[in-house]
Write a protein that binds this ligand. Structure first.
Ligand code: NDP
Length: 295
């Protein structure tokens, strides 16, 4: 069997054009331009590159991006003061604090200061708490796991009663992905570094989401024939044959797993583009919340 390749880039492009249209409508009808403030602390090159990509995507969708950069030795008070200012700025409908923050900063405190109504990453403890509780709804859902679920929906996965396995339990991917699957009535197993016999657990999955950060860890014999496999991983590996000397691979050994799975995302080109599309969607939602007088 050769799997259907789930084209995250194409799905994300569709979502981005819908957002651009809605942004245009909002401008025309209400004179409001959705605004995303980005907060970057320090000079981590990967973080700079992620923020650049997000700002470019905003520009393409007609969303205003308001960049804020602080030096790597910025104090907790300086970062908190900036977040408070952005909370009160009517041009800002979403606040994105690029993680990881430098080690001396209290990340949890910074994230919990972001207004619930501008928490476009969905990392505020109250939003995550609501996601975890039955019958409650967060204002925003974290972008990467939400993007992964949308790809499963697009590919026609049946969630109800399915065995779903999430590889990884991080606050930003694994845990919220598991909660989103529970909402859709899947039976969910969450794996982590202490899980015993990982291949066997993964083989039980009708839906497998890999978010571990280990290059090509999931092999063909870890996968149930016909399973839906979503690869969140994004790992840089050395490759002397490539011009740059490296290439990006996922957590799933794509070439072999695609021969077993029913549907699979590539990485790159799967969940990554969806993360950005969902961020734009959340920013638009932030502007809609402001417009509706929610706060
Ligand atoms: P974290 O490092 O925060 O979490 C990794 C998780 O995997 C942890 O729960 C850890 O277990 C588990 N794990 C690590 N090694 C093993 C192992 N050998 N066996 C079983 N479990 C293991 O990573 P993130 O969740 O932030 O990211 C995961 C991947 O997704 C990375 O490749 C990252 O680059 C990518 N990513 C991609 C995004 C995108 O937009 N495409 C966005 C965010 C992340 P434990 O809890 O026990 O330590």
């Amino acid at each position: 069997m050769t799997a259907t390749i789930i084209d995250g880039k194409a799905v994300a492009e569709g979502i981005r054009s819908e957002i651009a249209w809605s942004v245009e409508q909002m401008k025309a009808a209400h004179g409001i331009v959705p605004g995303l403030a980005t907060v970057l602390v320090g000079d981590n090159p990967a973080s700079h590159s992620y923020v650049r990509m997000k700002r470019k995507a905003c520009a393409e969708a007609g969303i205003e991006s308001l960049p804020h950069e602080l030096p790597g030795d910025a104090s907790q008070e300086e970062v908190e003061e900036l977040v408070r200012r952005l909370n009160g700025d009517p041009r800002v409908h979403g606040i994105l604090v690029q993680l990881p923050l430098p080690k001396h900063l209290d990340e949890e405190r910074v994230l919990s200061l972001i207004s619930l109504y501008k928490d476009v990453d969905g990392f505020h403890p109250v939003n995550i708490g609501r996601l975890a509780m039955k019958g409650r709804k967060p204002l925003f859902i974290p972008c990467t796991p939400h993007g992964a679920i949308v790809l499963l929906e697009e590919a026609g996965a049946q969630f109800e009663g399915a065995n779903a396995v999430v590889l990884g339990r991080s606050n930003i991917v694994g845990l919220p992905a598991a909660l989103l699957l529970i909402h859709r009535n899947a039976t969910v197993t969450v794996c982590h570094s202490r899980t015993k016999d990982l291949p066997a657990v993964c083989r039980s999955a009708d839906i497998l989401i890999a978010a571990v950060g280990r290059a090509e860890m999931v092999k063909a014999d870890w996968v149930k024939p016909g399973a839906y496999v979503i690869d969140v991983g994004s790992n840089r590996v050395d490759d002397p044959t490539s011009e740059k000397g490296y290439r990006w691979v996922g957590d799933v050994a794509f070439d072999e797993v695609k021969e077993v799975a029913g549907a699979i995302t590539p990485s790159p080109g799967g969940v990554g583009p969806m993360t950005i599309a969902m961020l734009l969607k959340n920013t638009l939602r932030g502007a809609e919340l402001a417009l509706s007088g929610a706060y």
